[in-house]
Design a protein around this ligand. Structure first.
Ligand code: NDP
Length: 277
């Protein structure tokens, strides 16, 4: 019988996951289907019922997107360390009646930066803007890449500090507010992991953090040159990228976890990329 997978979110019309997993499945000749499910926001426990019903009908795994990543994590029986730190899951696997949670957003981002963009982070100064779910998922994979220094800057400074405290001892991580960045010099890699770009907004990052030889990475995708990427370009940065590679790489990690096969990603990234001009 064809194995069933899905992505669940609300809204879900924008999702590229069925296209991406469809290409992966075709290419690796996996007998599987992958659909999109609009998850219920109300009542509060309806999301869990929909996921359980999907598993009961023979579903093997499901991707989770906004706003259900926390609920998906909370309903799992076991999880990876990175999902635990994030307190959020972007993929579940249904195995022998148990629900296993993982979070591939961070590892997908690191793979896009290190493998696709050929930018090893070891020994580099890395600045991450934001302290939301995406940053929580990315911290352990980033620190595992052994940057010389990693700084997270957030509007809500206490939130950033709490996150840094949670991973203290795992690597050279400090948290600060945006005004503190004026004194911190240039970074090799600046990652915008805020949701500001979704509303065409710009986090209050000083242009002095960019290094012309460095890279600016925007987690949002499909939006062309966002205000953050434009700021980086104006500061002389040539290397700019958006989150389409992260999207495809996190999908590939989930596919590998579910199916035991690593799909190739470059053609899918090319197909989904929009020009950053
Ligand atoms: P969250 O809602 O969890 O966190 C939002 C973060 O953005 C918070 O740190 C918040 O700061 C900050 N923020 C929001 N608006 C502003 C602003 N105007 N100026 C400064 N900071 C701001 O979002 P996620 O972490 O889940 O997602 C972040 C981004 O990453 C989104 O654009 C999302 O689309 C993208 N993403 C991309 C993925 C991909 O595959 N490419 C995967 C996952 C996410 P504060 O805490 O102070 O409120």
């Amino acid at each position: 019988m064809t194995d069933q997978y899905a992505v669940i979110g609300n809204p879900i019309g924008h999702t590229k996951s069925p296209l991406i997993h469809g290409i992966f499945a075709n290419e690796s000749r996996q007998d599987m289907s992958y659909t999109a499910i609009e998850g219920p926001i109300e009542p509060a426990d309806a999301f869990v019922s929909v996921v359980r019903a999907f598993a009961a009908k023979g579903g093997k795994g499901i991707n989770i997107t906004a706003p259900f990543k926390l609920k998906a994590f909370a309903m799992s029986d076991e999880c990876s360390e990175r999902a635990e730190l994030a307190g959020a899951a972007n993929a579940l696997k249904f195995e022998n009646g148990r629900i296993v949670a993982d979070n591939f957003d961070g590892i997908g981002l690191v793979r896009d930066i290190e493998v696709n963009l050929h930018l090893p982070m070891e020994g580099k100064r890395v600045l991450m803007l934001g302290a939301g779910g995406a940053v929580r998922g990315a911290l352990l994979p980033f620190l595992a890449a052994r940057p010389a220094e990693m700084v997270i800057a957030n509007r809500n400074i206490a939130k950033g500090h709490a996150l840094a405290t949670q991973v203290s001892g795992r690597g050279p991580l400090v948290a600060c507010g945006y005004p503190d960045l004026e004194q911190m010099g240039r970074f090799d890699l600046v990652v915008n992991a805020t949701s500001a770009s979704l509303t065409d907004d710009l986090p209050p990052v000083p242009p002095g953090v960019f290094s012309p030889q460095g890279t600016a990475y925007e987690l949002a995708y499909g939006k062309g040159l966002t205000p953050f990427l434009r700021l980086a370009r104006n500061a002389g940065v040539h290397g700019v990228a958006d989150g389409v590679g992260m999207l495809v790489e996190q999908a590939a990690e989930a596919f590998l976890w579910w199916r035991g096969v690593r799909p190739s990603t470059s053609a899918v990234i090319d197909r989904l990329s929009v020009p950053l001009a």
